[in-house]
Design a protein around this ligand. Structure first.
Ligand SMILES: O=P(O)(O)OC[C@H]1O[C@@](O)(CO)[C@@H](O)[C@@H]1O
Length: 552
């Protein structure tokens, strides 16, 4: 594909930005068009899910802007690339793989093949793994599957990192309302011994089930943590513990699973066309099924599939993830916004931004386009976020009065799982959700400050320039499994659209390899005399200091 900035629509957008958008004032746009909210809002509707309102009206958008962005998407081949993904083409061209996480949640019976092979049915097909997950999770939750002393397994330790951790953590936290009351979850990811030590300290080997979650089953942190866990289990049970009853593997790599000592019958597999950051829908999501029950896990898949259907079938201008992705390009490449804020007004979603960081930044943190040349434009964005209202009391000062343009997404469920104190908390949460977006848009003028009696010398300091764009996402009920699935997939496909316009490979992650290789070399040097070989003075000096401090 031609580099994005050589496409005709790109130049038209640049001209549009120069002539119109640089003077675009949101509050004036609303004052001049009473129908603006309706024009730039879209509602996601699907059976089994509450409606989800996506209000894009507080963005730097005019009809012309949206027309030009859609034109850019067309010229960049977004629809062609989207259809190639759903067709199972090897769009992950550096690893020669399909990108087929959509098959994992294909509850709609779509025919889905990779290299002419049906991926849904057959012994190792998606549906077979889901059936295995259903059977296993139901046996554990019912107490039919017990530990070596006959006790119910109520303490789950998921050992994984990156996509083998962030998704399970975020989803089990987001769906805590549906979690088994007698089940405790631990997620151990960091190689820092504290992570595993703290989990084991709180665990009884007789009631503990370990999920060793690793797509490759070669990730150093995970395999080390898994071996530590196994040693703890053997030691604590005096060798009487039956690993087969207390360890299962979630992976694509049967050989390494077997080498570790887990029987393949206790392995839940998935294919290499599932990227780590797209894997919560796969066997990696077993902790979710164990915690909230398979029926809720299926609803989670169904909500995701519904957003897949919307993305696959909806014309670009009405397509919600397409609009979200095009806004990412618009702010990043035409307004030089370097970051994106995602602030859920929802405590259960407190790990949502952390999950989206890997999804967005591991997908689009790329500077090379499909033909191997360097991108001549900005790609990717630094995604960050915390739940509100906490974030308002933390870093919103910069968002409101700083020098940076930070497009923000706010998310709220219309109903709370916990309508305590006569729903007062939910109303206060909602009032802040509305107020933050409004404040960022309208700001506060010098005249308003003077009218309040603000001393002249304080006016510049208390001025709010406003005109800061936000997207408000409002879920029309509580956020349950289906709504969560749809929300995640909105961001998955928004990320896809950004990458498709930027003509990058959003599905490999070569950038995580160099650090691993260097760490492996240094690990050996920590057990050898001296400060290692071939290091710069800083690295060598730090190694020396570490050895001295820790008396290695
Ligand atoms: O699931 P696994 O193979 O152990 O990989 C864990 C994580 O490591 C990576 O950094 C790739 O090495 C992420 O992409 C991935 O989610």
């Amino acid at each position: 594909m031609a580099p994005a900035n050589t496409l005709p629509a790109w130049s038209e957008l640049q001209a549009h930005r120069d002539d119109v958008a640089k003077n675009f004032v949101l509050k004036e746009a609303f004052a001049s068009d009473a129908d603006r909210f309706n024009k730039f809002s879209r509602t996601f509707k699907a059976d089994g899910s509450a409606d989800i309102l996506f209000d894009f009206s507080k963005n730097f958008l005019t009809n012309e802007t949206l027309d030009l962005l859609v034109k850019l998407a067309e010229q960049a081949g977004v629809e062609r690339k989207r259809d190639a993904m759903f067709r199972g083409d090897k769009i992950n061209f550096t690893e020669n793989r399909a990108v087929y996480h959509t098959a994992l949640r294909n509850v709609g019976g779509w025919e889905m093949q990779v290299e002419g092979q049906d991926v849904m049915n057959g012994p190792t097909g998606v549906n077979g793994v889901l059936a295995h997950m259903k059977e296993f999770s139901e046996k554990v939750r019912s107490g039919e599957w017990v530990g070596f002393t006959g006790k119910k397994l109520t303490n789950i330790i998921n050992v994984g990192i990156g996509g083998s951790d962030l998704g399970p953590v975020m989803v089990t936290e987001a769906l805590k309302h549906y979690g088994a009351p007698d089940m405790t979850l631990h997620f151990v990811s960091n190689i820092d011994g504290t992570h595993m030590a703290e989990a084991l300290k709180a665990s009884d080997p007789e009631t503990t089930l370990f999920l060793i979650a690793s797509k490759t089953f070669t990730t150093a942190e995970t395999i080390t943590n898994a071996n530590t866990a196994k040693s703890w289990f053997v030691e604590k049970t005096g060798g009487k513990g039956d690993v087969a009853k207390h360890f299962v593997a979630l992976s694509t790599n049967e050989a390494e699973v077997t080498k570790f000592g887990i029987d393949s019958a206790n392995m839940f597999g998935f294919e290499s066309w599932v990227g780590g950051r797209y894997s919560v829908w796969s066997a990696i999501g077993l902790s979710v099924a164990l915690y909230v029950g398979y029926d809720n896990f299926h609803k989670f898949l169904a909500g995701a599939h519904a957003m897949d259907k919307h993305f696959r079938e909806t014309p670009l201008r009405e397509n919600i993830p397409v609009i979200g992705g095009l806004l990412g390009v618009w702010y990043g490449d035409f307004f030089q916004a370097q970051t994106r804020l995602v602030a859920p007004f929802d405590q259960y979603l407190h790990r949502f931004a952390a999950y989206l960081q890997q999804l967005s930044m591991e997908s689009n943190g790329k500077a090379i386009t499909s033909d191997g040349s360097s991108a001549k434009y900005t790609t990717g964005s630094i995604l960050f976020g915390e739940p509100c209202t906490n974030a308002q009391h933390s870093f919103f000062q910069l968002v409101h009065q700083g020098t940076k343009l930070i497009p923000a997404d706010f998310i709220l469920a219309a109903k709370s799982h916990n309508p305590i104190h006569d729903n007062l908390h939910q109303k206060m949460l909602a009032s802040n959700y509305f107020a933050q977006a409004e404040a960022l848009m309208v700001g506060k003028t010098d005249d308003q400050l003077r009218a309040e009696g603000t001393p002249e010398e304080l006016i510049p300091h208390k001025r709010f320039l406003g005109n800061r764009p936000t997207t408000s996402i409002l879920v029309g009920d509580v956020i349950g499994p289906a709504e969560l699935g749809a929300l995640i997939v909105y961001y998955e496909h928004l990320t896809f659209v950004e990458g498709a316009v930027w003509d990058i490979n959003s599905f490999d992650q070569w950038g995580v390899e160099l650090g691993k290789v260097l760490a492996k070399k240094i690990l050996k040097e920590l057990d050898e005399p001296g400060n290692g070989s071939g290091h710069d003075a800083s690295t060598g000096g730090l190694i020396g200091a570490f050895k001295s401090f820790s008396k290695i």
